[in-house]
Design a protein around this ligand. Structure first.
Ligand code: KIV
Ligand code: ZN
Length: 439
């Protein structure tokens, strides 16, 4: 069956950052944006430039350095916000301005204190202004799912006529139900003049734990962009989780015949990088990226998985980049295993740094039996802080190739001299071999 392509709009750096304790500085945003690029998302919403100079700088930096995806900046429906958003994204290869204005009666009456007519006019004018600056314009009627449907249709029609190219339908407070949200998207598709010219997008919050289900229902009803975040972070209970949406489509193409551009083996490194930057650990039973997502404790399950993983696993850990849990990192592990695990976590080291990392690792492994990913991430931070290095993605690429060479054949020497004697590795498969080869 032909699979429709879904545009993945990642808002980890904007809506995700709005979750308590998740704010990121410019360097952190740049680093995560590089990882989102490796992950293969189509749109990165870098921030809300009017909100702070830091956010402006981050969006500007991402626009200058991350060239493949569309880079979006958020703006309220007023000229000052829109101009600032445009200043931040104008140097992007593919810039987008994302304008939003609340449309529900509750928001109009209590928050904005404007009438429906004023709202309609403001939305139209804002999109017209943005369109004069940038060709790619997204409009979001905030609190769309609690907006009177006829009025919502009117607003959406007006912003399309004013030049919007994507219309996003936010379930801002996570209130809607899957059938209801699907029906709303279908109604817009049937009733709004010009809707065929634009992309309909979902943006679902998780207050009732339905963000992913609602997003998928939206896609089934005709939406072709999904807004989501890594680990589902976002305002209050969060946004629809990127990894859950992507893997639902991969695991159940019979129900969801859609595809995304995501390199699924980059999912776990992205999740770990976000957890490391925000220092907010992933909940252990989180689907796809939680540490228990592929763990089997019960004897019956262990027995089944050992006989055939299909008994209790609907996807392989490798398919989402989860390191092989059978490869335990302990005091007998060598540099090779350490290097691979660091790379699986999205970190790439030069030989000298790896040596330093390894020295710290051995000291720690001597104290504790099993070194977990969270411990490794702390060591990595120490090593980087000592070397005052934020790992640049550009530097990462050659070394990833070098690491692949190390796995497949010869370990490359480096220009630093200290460890430049070439070491050769053969194929290795078991923990024991890893121990022997890796030291
Ligand atoms: O949840 C929401 O309504 C938003 C908009 C700004 C798109 O985040
Ligand atoms: Zn939101």
């Amino acid at each position: 069956m032909e699979r429709a392509r879904i545009t993945l709009f990642d808002t980890t750096l904007r809506d995700g950052e709005q979750s308590p304790g998740c704010s990121m500085n410019v360097q952190e945003k740049l680093r995560l944006a590089q990882q989102l690029d490796r992950l293969g998302v189509d749109v990165i919403e870098g921030g809300f430039p009017i909100a702070s100079d830091g956010d402006f700088e981050a969006v500007q930096g991402i626009s200058a350095s991350v060239r493949r995806p569309v880079i979006a900046a958020l703006a309220r429906a007023c000229f000052g916000d829109i101009d600032r958003a445009w200043q931040a994204v104008q140097r992007a290869e593919r810039p987008r301005i994302h304008v939003f204005l609340a449309t529900s009666d509750i928001h109009l009456k209590y928050k904005l204190r404007i009438s429906r007519e004023q709202c309609l006019e403001q939305a139209r004018e804002a999109v017209r202004h943005a369109k004069a600056l940038c060709t790619d314009i997204e409009f979001s009627p905030e609190d769309a799912t609690r907006t009177d449907t006829a009025f919502l249709c009117q607003v959406v029609e007006a912003v399309i006529a004013a030049g919007a190219t994507t219309v996003n339908i936010p379930d801002t407070v996570g209130y809607t139900m899957p059938e209801e949200y699907g029906q709303l998207i279908r109604t817009l598709g049937e009733k709004v003049a010009g809707i065929g010219k634009v992309v309909i997008s979902t943006h679902c919050h998780n207050d009732l734990g339905l963000a992913v289900a609602n997003s998928l229902a939206g896609v089934q009803a005709g939406a072709r962009q999904v807004e989501c975040t890594i680990n589902g972070i976002g305002e209050r209970a969060g946004n629809a989780s990127m990894e859950e949406i992507v893997m639902a489509m991969r695991v159940r193409p019979d129900r969801y015949p859609y595809e995304t551009g995501v390199a699924s083996e980059q999912i776990y490194p992205s999740s770990q990088m976000l957890a490391e930057i925000t220092r907010i650990p992933v909940q252990p039973n989180k689907a796809i990226t939680g540490r228990n997502a592929f763990a089997h404790e019960a004897g019956i399950h262990q027995d089944g998985v050992l006989k055939n993983p299909l008994t209790y696993e609907i996807m392989t850990p490798q398919s989402v980049g989860v390191p092989d849990s059978r490869m335990v990192l302990g005091k007998h592990s060598g540099r090779h295993a350490l290097l691979l695990r660091c790379e699986q976590l999205g970190h790439h080291f030069e030989r000298r740094e790896l040596d330093e990392m390894y020295r710290k690792f051995v000291v720690l492994a001597d104290r504790i039996k099993k070194v977990q990913d969270s411990h490794l991430l702390e060591l990595i931070q120490d090593v980087m802080a000592e070397g005052k290095r934020i790992p640049p993605a550009a530097a990462a690429i050659p070394f990833t190739r070098a690491a692949a060479a190390a796995v497949n054949g010869s370990f490359p020497g480096n220009a630093l001299g200290a460890s430049s004697i070439p070491v050769t590795f053969g194929d290795h498969h078991s923990e024991q071999e890893d121990y022997l080869w890796g030291v």
